[in-house]
Design a protein around this ligand. Structure first.
Ligand SMILES: NC(=O)c1ccc[n+]([C@@H]2O[C@H](COP(=O)([O-])OP(=O)(O)OC[C@H]3O[C@@H](n4cnc5c(N)ncnc54)[C@H](OP(=O)(O)O)[C@@H]3O)[C@@H](O)[C@H]2O)c1
Length: 229
C-alpha cells in the first residue's frame, strides 16, 4: 500500500510497482488516476483518524493482509516561522506526522497477517531535516519527528517481524515543489554529491529494496539519496 498516489512520487512509485507485478493499493483525497487491473484506489482524508480506521477495515475485508506500507502522502509549507500561523503548522503535522502514525498503527494489524518473508513500513523524509533548511521549520520538524518514529517503531515492531525504515529524499519536481523558486532548487541540487535533480525513477530501486526481502536485516534506518551530507 502506498499513500498519496494521485500525483508526484506516490503515483510514480505505484506505476513502477505495478509494472513489476505487484498488487498496489493507493489512496488520496481526490479520485485516483492510476489505471491498472492490479491497482485499487481509496478516496480518504488521512488527517481524519476515523477515515483511516475505516480504510484499513475495508482493506482487511478485501485483501486480508498487507505486505508493505509506504507512507508517502505529505505536504509542505515554506515560510519564515515568524510568518507561519500555528494553525498552518498543526495542519501540516496532521498529515506529515499524525496520519503516518495512524496508518502505521492500523497497517501493523494487516502486516502481521502477511506471508511475505519480511513485511515492512517505509516512510518518506526529506533533506530538509539534515540541512535544517531555513523557511522549512514546520516541514522539517514534522519529517524529523517521522525519522524518530522510524527509529523507535523499528524496535517496538521487531519482535513481530515488521521492519520500519525511512527514505530521505532530495528535491524532486512535483506539485509539492512547484512554488519553490528555481534558484533555490538549483542551490539545493548543488549541495548534493550527485549534482542533478532527483527523479521518481531514482526512488524506485531504493523503495523496492527497503520494502523487499533483500533488506530483511535493515530496520530503523533513514537512507538519504543523492549524497546529502
Ligand atoms: N517533491 C520533493 O521534492 C520531495 C522531497 C523530499 C520529500 N518529499 C516527500 O515525498 C512525499 C510525496 O511528495 P510529492 O512531492 O510527490 O507530493 P505531491 O505531488 O503533492 O503528492 C502528495 C500526494 O498526497 C495526497 N494527499 C495530500 N493530502 C492528503 C490527505 N490529507 N489525505 C490523503 N492523501 C493526501 C495527494 O493527493 P490528493 O490531493 O488527492 O489528496 C497526492 O497524491 C511527501 O511525503 C514529501 O514530503 C518530496
Amino acid at each position: 500500500m502506498i499513500t498519496g498516489t494521485r500525483t508526484g512520487i506516490g503515483r510514480g512509485l505505484a506505476e513502477h510497482l505495478l509494472a513489476g507485478g505487484h498488487e498496489v493499493i493507493g489512496c488520496s483525497r481526490k479520485p485516483g488516476v492510476v489505471e491498472h487491473e492490479r491497482y485499487h484506489h481509496h478516496q480518504v482524508d488521512l488527517t481524519d483518524g476515523g477515515q483511516v480506521k475505516a480504510l484499513f477495515r475495508a482493506l482487511r475485508g478485501a485483501h486480508g493482509h498487507l505486505d508493505a506500507l509506504v507512507n508517502n502522502a505529505g505536504t509542505s509549507v515554506m515560510n519564515h516561522f515568524m510568518l507561519t500561523p500555528e494553525e498552518t503548522t498543526r495542519r501540516l503535522f496532521d498529515l506529515n506526522f499524525f496520519a503516518v502514525l495512524n496508518c502505521c498503527r492500523e497497517a501493523v494489524k494487516l502486516l502481521r497477517r502477511s506471508e511475505h518473508p519480511s513485511p515492512a513500513i517505509l516512510t518518506l523524509s526529506s533533506v530538509a531535516v539534515p540541512w535544517a533548511l531555513d523557511g522549512h521549520l514546520a516541514y522539517s520538524a514534522s519529517k524529523a519527528a517521522v525519522e524518530q518514529l522510524v527509529r523507535v517503531m523499528s524496535k517496538e515492531l521487531a519482535d513481530q517481524g515488521i521492519r520500519v525504515n525511512g527514505l530521505g529524499v532530495p528535491p524532486v519536481s512535483t506539485v509539492l515543489t512547484r512554488t519553490v523558486p528555481r534558484e533555490r532548487i538549483d542551490g539545493l541540487v548543488a549541495r548534493q554529491a550527485i549534482n542533478r535533480l532527483c527523479t521518481t525513477a531514482d526512488l524506485a530501486g531504493p523503495v523496492e529494496f527497503l520494502i523487499g526481502e533483500k533488506s530483511a536485516f535493515v530496520t530503523g534506518e533513514t537512507i538519504f539519496l543523492g549524497g546529502v551530507n
